[in-house]
Design a protein around this ligand. Structure first.
Ligand code: SAH
Ligand code: SF4
Length: 419
């Protein structure tokens, strides 16, 4: 989501004839797009900004801005804390970037813009500046779920969906720029409520000429419908992979997290997906060390992970976020307990991922070619429908096409194959 926000900012900045650079010393403007989902991400903002402060000393006309969730949450406080920052722009004001920058430049002033809006406007979504064949498209904004650990509803506001025709138009424009794979984005895509339902939107997107593959994140387990599950069997372009965050394997913890599903409800959905589609890959998010999580609760998470054998897991130590309900719970766990649980979980998942990757050796899979491999220019890289990275020898001219690749080797994070 943050990457997509960055791409939207690049699209607006293009209007003012800014171009991206990899060399901060050459920049006239540095925008630090921030995340506040965990404390570590938030702390990074201050160290990153500190580094750019030195550049500004040497080049006083350099403008520095902070955008994203930390900007939204802290607002004007950031200007006080960092006197070298010129602009603070919140999550709902990206479309005002050019206007605010002009103000900073022309009036030599510092600005903060963190108003939140309850409606959504098509002008907020320029066609994102993307390179390559893959792109993200936001289909909604915000979240109304208020899981007790999560800061998103506070920093991204109420849930609002974009009209389906705007989404489809964006995708058509992306196709004109060479995009072949699109990922629809939302905090909870299954509660999309534009003018059509989420499965209907997916159908419309799959029918856009030139699109080869469609993905979506994130699905909330409480909201995925059977209609969506059956859609994977109807639409060939819909990639056979689903990110379905379980967060914890103990009903007691899930309830305190306010996730609104039980472990067995979750498992039933996974079972149906796997029964219908043997090649379906399922990834998840897990938080360890939520307040009051006992050793027994944690063991339940480990049990679910062993049972489900997720294709991949994003796992995090619980991080108390100011303003959220769980941050006020009295039974916070010490960091060493969280750290140990994280390591145990990650070690288990590493074995599972490797084992599952090895099972693919010998199979021939459809791979959408993304371009040259970064590590070896004579090789191509792409992804399978089940979202695994495959590297294989081949000609760069195949970029953007769907090819059959036979898997020859499997590693922890990627596969090797041949055409
Ligand atoms: N909307 C998505 C995810 C948003 S945040 C969903 O509901 O699944 C991405 C992930 O960050 C979450 O799934 C969760 O695992 C993790 N996360 C969110 N808040 C956190 C916190 N306070 N501490 C640790 N991890 C957190
Ligand atoms: Fe956060 Fe829960 Fe909303 Fe996901 S569904 S963004 S975890 S509040």
């Amino acid at each position: 989501m943050n990457e997509n926000d960055t791409e939207r900012m690049l699209a607006f900045l293009k209007e003012l004839r800014y171009r991206p650079t990899d060399t901060p010393e050459l920049a006239d403007l540095i925008l630090i797009n921030t995340c506040s989902i965990r404390d570590k991400a938030e702390q990074k903002v201050y160290s990153t900004a500190g580094r750019y402060k030195r550049l500004k000393k040497r080049k006083p006309e350099l403008l520095i801005g902070i955008s994203g969730c930390v900007a939204q949450q802290k607002g004007g406080e950031l200007l006080k804390r960092m006197p070298y920052v010129d602009l603070v722009i919140g999550t709902h004001n990206i479309h005002r970037l050019t206007e605010l920058l002009k103000k900073v430049r022309e009036e030599k002033t510092r600005v903060v813009s963190t108003e939140l809006y309850n409606s959504i406007d098509s002008k907020e979504f320029p066609t994102p500046e993307v390179e390559g064949i893959k792109a993200y498209v936001s289909i909604m904004r915000g979240c109304d779920n208020y899981c007790t650990y999560c800061i998103v509803p506070y920093v991204r506001g109420r849930e609002v969906s974009r009209p389906a025709r705007d989404v489809v138009e964006d995708i058509r424009r992306l196709v004109d720029r060479g995009v072949k794979e699109v990922t629809l984005l939302g905090q909870n895509v299954n509660s999309y409520c534009g003018d059509v339902s989420f499965p209907e939107l997916l159908r419309m997107v799959c029918r856009v000429d030139g699109i080869e593959r469609v993905r979506f994140v994130t699905s909330h387990p409480k909201d995925i419908s059977e209609e969506l599950i059956y859609l994977f069997g109807e639409e060939d372009k819909l990639a056979r992979s689903m990110h379905l965050p379980i967060q914890a394997g103990s009903d007691r913890v899930l309830e305190r997290m306010r996730r609104r599903y039980t472990v067995s409800e979750y498992l039933n959905k996974v079972e149906l997906l796997r029964r219908l589609y043997e090649d379906m890959s399922i990834s998840t998010d897990i938080i360890v060390g939520f307040p009051g999580e006992t050793e027994e609760d944690f063991e339940k998470t480990m049990k679910v992970v062993k049972e489900v054998e997720f294709d991949s897991i994003f796992s995090f130590k619980y991080s108390p976020r100011p303003g959220t309900e769980a941050a006020t719970y009295k039974d916070q766990l010490p960091d060493d307990v969280k750290q140990r649980r994280l390591e145990v979980l990650q070690a288990l998942q590493k074995e599972i991922t490797l084992k599952k990757n090895r099972l693919l050796v010998g199979k021939t899979m459809k791979v959408l070619v993304e371009g040259e491999s970064k590590l070896d220019k004579t090789e191509l890289t792409g992804r399978t429908t089940c979202n695994r990275v495959v590297n294989f020898p081949g000609d760069k001219g195949l970029t953007g096409s769907m090819v059959d690749v036979t898997i020859t080797d499997a590693y922890a994070n990627s596969l090797r194959g041949e055409l």
